[in-house]
Write a protein that binds this ligand. Structure first.
Ligand SMILES: [Zn+2]
Length: 120
């Protein structure tokens, strides 16, 4: 995404976080071609579209994400934040659908990392 697109998505992301009770959470855009914590270069099929970092209360979206994909990626990660634990279980699915995430995204090999820093 360009700087301008990122700025627009920052505003949209902030609105979504506040709307769903995640006012303490923040949003960042990063190059996720590298491992978020170790800096290791990742193969394309291991590069996440988004990350939900419970420890930092931070959602990270890949720079590669286009503007159309941004909203769904954001909602996907927000469902993790609201669920409070990593994983795509039924409870996560219910929350995701409630806030507007389309499960079809998961069928297209959507890849995300929801994790707690303490576990690494
Ligand atoms: Zn996920």
């Amino acid at each position: 995404m360009t700087g301008e697109a990122i700025a627009r998505c920052q505003v949209l992301g902030r609105t979504l976080l506040d709307k769903h009770g995640l006012g303490e959470w923040t949003l960042d855009f990063q190059n996720l071609d590298y491992d978020y914590l170790t800096g290791e270069i990742l193969d394309r099929d291991r590069q996440p579209d988004g990350i939900c970092d419970f420890g930092e209360k931070l959602i990270v979206i890949s720079w590669r994400m286009d503007q159309r994909g941004f909203r769904q990626t954001m909602l996907h990660e927000m469902a993790h934040a609201l669920r409070g634990v990593p994983g795509h279980d039924d409870e996560w699915g219910k929350i995701a659908l409630r806030i507007g995430y389309s499960r079809k995204q998961l069928d297209r090999q959507f890849f995300c990392l929801a994790r707690e820093k303490a576990n690494l």
